[in-house]
Design a protein around this ligand. Structure first.
Ligand code: MN
Length: 195
């Protein structure tokens, strides 16, 4: 059968984010971890043809009311979130800055300065206990906000639109940074192309 969800191609080579994110980490993260979320998401929705016609964003926004078995709901939340989160992650990173001036200005206005935003965001990412993500989102009123989520929970689940997301699962940084999550975060700003 044709599976509705597929692994997006990276817009750059595995080694393009060196030395900040190492080639081996990118290879495993994209090719194994992200592929795993895609495969398990497709498996979880296989018996629900109506979900094959929906966007992942809509599936996640409506996760609580989907007419699916409870075990499948959990699998869709985890693996659908994993697919959405990583797809955004690859999109906002790159070897060359493509700074979004409008977004930068809005962030500076909301958080007093870009530097202050980076401090708030990094602090949120560091304090996320265990696996999860730090986010800059646009909430239901259109305002920017920073928070973290556990596991692969997507901001779409609470009706927010993720704009910048940082993966703080150990698989994202352990090979190069081991337990030094703050060092990974500090280095990551260099490959976040939109800011
Ligand atoms: Mn990851």
């Amino acid at each position: 059968m044709n599976y509705p969800f597929t692994l997006p191609e990276l817009g750059f080579g595995h080694d393009a984010l060196e030395p900040h994110i190492d080639s081996r980490t990118m290879e495993v993260h994209h090719g194994k971890h992200h592929q795993g979320y895609v495969d398990k998401l497709n498996a979880a929705i296989e018996k629900y043809p109506n979900l094959h016609e929906m966007s992942l964003e809509d599936i996640l926004k409506g996760i609580a009311s989907l007419e699916v078995d409870d075990a499948d709901r959990i699998a869709i939340q985890n693996n659908g979130g994993g697919h959405a989160n990583h797809s955004l992650f690859w999109e906002i990173m790159g070897p060359e800055k493509q700074i979004d001036d409008i977004l930068s200005k809005e962030i500076a206005e909301t958080f007093e300065s870009i530097k202050n935003f980076q401090e708030v965001f990094a602090d949120t990412a560091i304090k996320q206990f265990g696996s999860g993500w730090a986010w800059l989102v646009r909430d239901e009123e259109g305002k920017l906000d920073v928070y973290s989520t556990a596991n692969q929970d997507s901001p779409y689940i609470q009706g927010h639109t993720p704009i910048i997301g940082l993966d703080v699962w150990e698989h994202a940084y352990y090979l190069k940074y081991q337990n030094k999550r703050p060092d990974y975060i500090e280095s990551w700003w260099n490959v976040l192309k939109v800011l």
